[in-house]
Design a protein around this ligand. Structure first.
Ligand code: ATP
Length: 294
């Protein structure tokens, strides 16, 4: 049997680090938004005497093909959890830039979990799938259902939020890698390991603007704490933010731990004009709605 899933990228409309959790993880408060940029995940699934997983990838050479790939690991994990013995082939078409703060790997893994669950008659509930995904990566529970969600804990504690008003976002990913671990280490140094549990911006202001459906007030309250430590060492991202602001963006911010930056416009043409100014690493995306099924 063949199933195809789209694996959408996310942007962080709001991202704060507010403390540490018992296991040493950072405690975050983030509003993630799925966007139209996506990878395609096609699965071939057959019953077998013994589980085997293979993966082929088009569109990107830097993504690992074997057990290092999150999509591959998700398939193995699904078989182990359900006790099903399957021969799974994953054909991945990458469009989401890698290690870019857009959760490309997590979204691929979530798409594999969704696709395998669908192909095998839904042996796992939505809650079980989410818990399983969380063992592989903190962003995977969000990526399973997508849309607009408040993500707390280490990112796996989710609350569905109203969708924002329609907007057009320009994404720009400078061709420089940013290590998420290094970005957290820099924040730890700057904030003394986050002992206080305090916010560094107002999530209440952001959430109430979202609730009122006011794009200008919502964009006025977008935030990303990582900008403080990543932008000073990632000149291309900082310069792109300036360009995007110069083109009249309602807001221009970094996504995740970067290096991708995004800018929000209310009109498609203004967004396209700003994207053209940044050249081939920029694209226009739109927010996408939550998934109806798991
Ligand atoms: P996040 O926003 O969740 O931190 P990211 O967008 O910054 O994620 P990814 O694109 O998920 O980063 O890649 C992070 C690392 O994961 C890379 O070093 C990459 O080699 C590895 N990786 C494993 N599987 C995948 C995959 N299917 N697609 C992309 N990267 C993958």
């Amino acid at each position: 049997m063949f199933v195809t899933e789209s694996a959408n990228a996310k942007i962080n409309l709001y991202l704060d680090v507010i403390g540490r959790l018992p296991g040493g993880y950072h405690r975050i408060r983030s509003v993630m938004q799925s966007v139209s940029l996506c990878d395609r995940v096609r699965l071939s699934v057959r019953p077998a005497a013994k589980t085997s997983v293979t993966l082929s990838c088009r569109g990107c050479f830097s993504v690992p093909a074997g057990g290092e790939n999150l999509a591959y690991r998700a398939a193995e994990l699904f078989c182990r959890e359900t006790g099903l013995r399957l021969r799974v082939h994953i054909s991945l078409t990458k469009r989401i830039p890698v290690a870019a703060g857009l959760a490309g790997g997590s979204s691929d893994a979530a798409a594999v979990l969704r696709g395998l669950n669908r192909a095998t008659g839904t042996p796992l509930t939505a809650e079980a799938l989410s818990a399983l995904g969380a063992t592989l990566g903190s962003d995977i529970p969000f990526c399973l259902t997508g849309g607009t969600q408040l993500c707390e804990g280490r990112g796996e504690v989710l609350r569905r939020l109203p969708a924002p008003p329609r907007f057009f976002a320009v994404l720009f990913t400078p061709p420089v890698p940013v290590s998420t671990a290094a970005a957290y280490a820099a924040l730890d140094k700057a904030y003394g390991g986050f002992p206080s549990g305090e916010e560094h911006a107002s999530s209440d202001a952001f959430l109430s603007a979202l609730g009122r459906g006011e794009l200008s007030s919502l964009t006025g309250n977008c935030f990303n704490l990582f900008e403080e430590t990543v932008l000073p060492v990632c000149r291309q991202a900082a310069e792109a933010l300036e360009v995007l602001r110069g083109y009249g963006a309602l807001t221009a911010r970094m996504s995740g731990s970067g290096p991708t930056v995004f800018a929000i416009f209310s009109g498609r043409f203004a967004a396209a004009r700003a994207a053209r100014a940044l050249g081939s690493f920029a694209r226009v995306v739109t927010p996408v709605c939550p998934r109806g099924h798991v």
